[in-house]
Write a protein that binds this ligand. Structure first.
Ligand code: SAM
Length: 230
């Protein structure tokens, strides 16, 4: 287990303090619909997705119900137990694995998309680059979604106030190519900007960071993986 993994304890208690996880799941599905729409655009029909730092695996459960083959990875067995119960309750078909997201060796090249939501904002720059670098070997497309400073959300551990500028920079340092940026402004409202169309990328990204949003996401392409190997 890495040092970073040790720092991320407390989530099981945080999740199990919620008296009604089924209601929590429904609410999460409502507020995160733009993320699922995006994932459906990125994934081929019957595609394969790995979610790292899955927590209760709300995203994997939702995508699995839509026909995507989902594996959800978390380091904490107590969190995974809660997620498995939710998965069963929804009759979805996520496969769960206990593991460290900083070592994804056994998953290299096996997925169409690797996703993390609400994870990277808890990592410092070195850890964030390390995570994105691991993800770059797992799938051709890497999607990272984090809350912005303005999204009111409690968390048991520190959150860094990263913007799109930082996310893009971490990805580039991890060898990824930023492809598009998402601004999630509300339950149904989101904006997607294709970065490859912009010549003066730094200036454009700075302008995006000024737009108010609850969550931001970046889709990266991995130059390391040309096609799915299995
Ligand atoms: C914010 S919570 C989960 C958020 C969840 N993805 C969501 O969208 O609701 C962060 C999760 O990352 C997990 N985690 C922390 N360090 C990890 C590591 N090194 N490897 C895998 N999972 C880790 C924690 O156990 C926790 O469940």
């Amino acid at each position: 287990m890495s040092d970073s993994a040790n720092k991320q304890e407390g989530w099981a208690d945080y999740f199990s303090n919620n008296p009604n996880l089924k209601d929590w799941l429904q609410e999460k599905w409502q507020t995160h619909q733009p993320v699922y729409d995006l994932l459906n655009q990125l994934l081929p029909p019957n595609g394969k997705m790995l979610e790292v730092g899955c927590g209760l695996a709300a995203t994997s459960i939702k995508m699995s119900l839509g026909g995507i083959s989902c594996m959800a990875l978390d380091i904490d067995p107590k969190v995974l137990k809660l997620a498995e119960e939710l998965n069963q309750g929804e009759n979805s078909n996520v496969s769960f694995v206990q593991g460290d997201m900083f070592n994804l060796t056994e998953h290299y090249g096996r997925f169409d998309v690797v996703y993390s939501g609400g994870v990277l904002e808890h990592l410092d720059e070195t850890e964030a680059i390390k995570l994105l670098s691991e993800q770059s070997k797992v799938a051709k497309l890497v999607l990272t979604v984090i809350p912005t400073k303005s999204e009111k959300q409690k968390a048991p551990i520190l959150r860094f106030p990263y913007g799109i500028k930082e996310l893009v920079s971490f990805g580039e340092k991890a060898g990824l190519k930023p492809y598009s940026v998402l601004l999630f402004k509300g339950i149904e409202s989101s904006q997607c900007h294709r970065l490859t169309k912009h010549k003066d990328l730094d200036v454009f990204i700075q302008s995006l960071d000024l737009i108010p949003a609850q969550r931001i996401g970046v889709v990266f392409k991995s130059p390391m993986i040309k096609s799915i190997t299995i």
